[in-house]
Design a protein around this ligand. Structure first.
Ligand code: ST9
Ligand code: NDP
Length: 501
């Protein structure tokens, strides 16, 4: 019997960010391994015209939850959605709901965050810092609370190259930043943002670092732990391989490469690609919840959920495997044949952006205009290039994360728990994982049927023929222009193919 699964039986768990990528997998795993869990409270806001109930219904009826329904048929009775907006005072939770949360919650998993790299500092501080502070305050009023697990990111200190499982202070205290957000207007915040974030690349990593400081400073007597995942990717094993449902991290770029939009990217091929499967992060998080509640460590422990120091993979190997898989299992209706290269300096990056990205987009838009349709490809390409420019920092640096606490926790687990809540990334076979990831992107993100693969292959053949035709025509035009100007070129031309002239 798994000790961890038994621990969660009869417990009331509160999850923020349960509708997000990580939150959904966390909920799924908790229900599947601890079907006798009492209740999971989730703080949800209505979104995109959907009510809370509709959002929860959609999650429970997704493929991700198919296995759960077999093990825990009354799962819908055990999820208790609470209407909440983490940007509002007291999260805009009703008095009755708040009372229930305060009196019943045993474990909190705080996953909600804005993960956008371009979020305005005010917005990022509100969600990643102030909401964390408010949740800690709520937690301090929960008499039955056993553990508070905060999900941060391994990149919260990405301005350092070696990162230990400790909290590194930011120069300006979070309280001062929070106070200043109240009276500074947006234009002044815009001006001071670069100074505040310093050598971090964006407001996301900066505010996640501030969030950790808040956890350290304001957790009082609570039993707190922090989990820091690196780049979270599709599931490795559970509930099935390759599940992913958003474009963040590598997923969007896999689509862009597979559809032939992304043909080159500025990346350091030998830099470590520190991906971590979402189910690995979730298994560690659940184990951390158990360990923090049962063993009550004296200080706040931080756990790195990273792969680089135990089982490293680099961007070159990852890129090759992505392309090899796409060749076997192509995506439908590709714009160009998938073939992405890594560039290593700004000049070649700009050159290939012009030649391989913008020029084909302009030509395609011209074709759309000629056929009476609205041009759209250049706009799309420019957005893709903007996105890539924001991700570049993470594919051109390498970090070393120490994983002593994570390894310590693994050694504390019984063999059964090590199997059920496996977070030993040394067992991960990268080639197999990436293949399943690409297949998952095709199935669950693009919603493409595998029966369409022969048609997709035919489409790629057609694109290859167009590519050859286009290149031949271009070559002939250039030569034709050249021989009009150079005697030597003319002589060669007449010698090789006189019949064309
Ligand atoms: C050879 C091949 C090699 C392939 C493999 C290489 C893999 C490299 C992967 C590097 C990943 C590095 C990630 C580092 C993560 C740090 C970890 C964390 O803690 S943080 C957690 C991780 N956090 C993140 O990853 C957040 C990153 N994302 C953002 O911050 C924002 O989406 C944005 C600022 C980039 C764009 O904002 P904005 O324009 O206002 O609006 P929207 O947001 O609404 O999206 C607009 C358009 O962009 C599209 N799209 C979106 N994402 C991607 C993508 N990754 N990619 C491509 N496309 C993407 C989207 O489809 C849409 O298209 P369309 O509708 O126009 O056609
Ligand atoms: N994905 C990654 O690569 C990594 C993620 N992390 C961390 O993991 C955690 C989860 O990330 P991930 O699941 O990928 O992110 P998602 O963007 O998929 O999910 C974010 C969650 O936060 C919720 N949320 C955002 N704003 C509010 C609000 N105002 N009120 C209530 N809920 C809100 C979202 O709800 P809604 O559905 O309503 O928008 C959603 O459930 C974050 O803390 C992130 O920093 C760390 C490292 C890497």
């Amino acid at each position: 019997m798994s000790m961890i699964a038994a621990f969660y039986s009869n417990k009331s768990v509160l999850i923020t960010g349960a509708t997000g990528f990580l939150g959904k997998v966390l909920m799924e795993k908790l229900f599947r391994t601890s079907p006798h869990l009492k209740v999971i409270y989730i703080l949800v806001r209505p979104k995109s015209g959907q009510t809370l109930q509709e959002r929860v219904f959609q999650i429970l009826n997704s493929k991700l939850f198919e296995k759960v329904k077999e093990v825990c048929p009354n799962v819908h009775e055990k999820i208790r959605p609470i209407s909440a907006d983490l940007n509002q005072r007291d999260f805009a939770i009703s008095k009755e709901d708040m009372q229930e949360l305060l009196s019943c919650t045993n474990i909190i998993f705080h996953c909600a965050a804005t993960v956008r790299f371009d979020a305005h500092l005010r917005e990022a501080v509100q969600l990643n810092v102030i909401a964390t502070q408010q949740l800690l305050l709520m937690a301090s009023q929960m008499p039955k609370l056993e553990a508070f697990i905060h999900i941060s990111t391994a990149f919260s200190n990405c301005n350092l190259s070696h990162i230990d499982e400790v909290i590194y202070p930011c120069p300006v205290e979070p309280r001062k930043i929070i106070d200043s957000m109240e009276w500074l207007d947006d234009s002044i915040i815009d001006e001071i943002t670069p100074k505040l974030i310093g050598d971090r690349p964006n407001t996301y990593t900066y505010t996640k670092a501030l969030g950790e400081m808040v956890v350290q400073q304001e957790s009082g007597n609570l039993n707190v732990a922090i989990v820091r995942p690196s780049i979270v990717g599709a599931t490795w094993q559970e509930p099935f391989p390759g599940w992913v449902d958003n474009l963040n991290g590598p997923s969007g770029l896999i689509i862009a490469a597979g559809k032939g939009f992304l043909r080159s990217i500025k990346a350091t091929p030998m830099a470590v690609a520190d991906l971590i499967p979402v189910d690995t992060v979730v298994n560690l998080t659940i184990a951390v919840g158990w360990y923090t509640a049962v063993h009550r460590p004296k200080s706040t422990l931080i756990y790195h959920s990273t792969s680089g120091n135990l089982n490293p993979c680099n961007w070159y190997k990852m890129g090759l495997q992505v392309l090899a898989t796409i060749e076997k299992i192509p995506f439908e209706s590709a714009f160009r044949r998938p073939n992405a290269d890594f560039t290593t300096n700004n000049f070649t990056t700009q050159y290939w952006n012009a030649v391989s990205h913008r020029a084909p987009a302009i030509i395609y838009d011209f074709y759309l205009r000629l056929t009476g349709r609205k041009p759209r490809m250049l706009k799309l390409m420019n957005r893709l290039l903007r996105t890539i420019s924001m991700l570049e920092y993470f594919i051109n640096h390498s970090w070393e994360w120490s994983t002593n606490n994570t390894e310590m926790l693994l050694s504390e687990l019984s063999p059964e728990d090590q199997r059920v809540f496996n977070f030993d990334v040394r067992q991960l076979n990268w080639l197999e994982y990436i293949e399943n990831y690409v297949l998952g992107v095709k199935k669950y993100l693009l919603k493409e049927d595998l029966a369409g693969i022969p048609k997709a292959k035919q489409h790629l053949k057609r694109l290859r023929n167009i590519h050859y035709l286009f290149n031949t025509a271009l070559f002939l035009i250039v030569w034709r222009l050249l021989i009009a100007r150079s005697q030597m070129a003319r002589n060669i031309w007449f010698f090789i193919c006189p019949m064309y002239l």
